[in-house]
Design a protein around this ligand. Structure first.
Ligand code: GDP
Length: 138
């Protein structure tokens, strides 16, 4: 069944000029872009997005990093979107990511790891709605 996931191309990938190459990989893997925008998270908004990690030791670093520069947020559609996108991006830590994955190719570290991908259909909906109004989702 066709369903949706949510992604962000993170500030490290934006700074390195990798946005186009990452979008090309997403396209080539068969995802349809249902919404997309370039924006920058304030510290407050980054903290809200990652609130589920608030108790983790890296939360402060994560919030500082995710508000450090522009990101590209997008909603992606494909059969089995959440699982297939997690496969395309690879493990959180690029040292453990499979060859050919976005994080293996573009991530520098476990923190600055180039892309976000939702971990469930429920979170994909919540995260997409965090960035896009219903009028901006196609
Ligand atoms: P994901 O679902 O693969 O993105 O991984 P998690 O949900 O576990 O973590 C969310 C994000 O927090 C990751 O994508 C990283 O950007 C960041 N993160 C996770 N672990 C660490 C860590 O040990 N140190 C730092 N600085 N950031 C981390």
């Amino acid at each position: 069944m066709s369903n949706r996931t949510f992604t962000m191309i993170k500030p490290d990938a934006t700074r390195k000029g990798n946005t186009g190459a990452i979008l090309q990989m997403i396209n080539a893997a068969g995802f349809r872009i249902a919404a997309m925008k370039m924006t920058k998270l304030s510290k407050e908004k980054a903290g809200e997005f990652y609130a589920v990690h608030a108790a983790r030791p890296f939360y402060g670093e994560l919030v500082d990093f995710m508000s450090s520069g522009p990101i590209t947020a997008a909603i992606l559609e494909k059969d089995n979107a959440v699982e297939d996108f997690r496969k395309l991006i690879g493990a959180t830590n690029p040292a453990e990511a499979a060859d050919g994955t976005i994080r293996k190719l573009f991530a520098a570290s476990i923190g600055e790891n180039a892309v976000h991908g939702s971990d469930s259909n429920e979170n994909a909906g919540i995260e997409g709605d965090f960035f896009f109004s219903k009028l901006e989702q196609f």
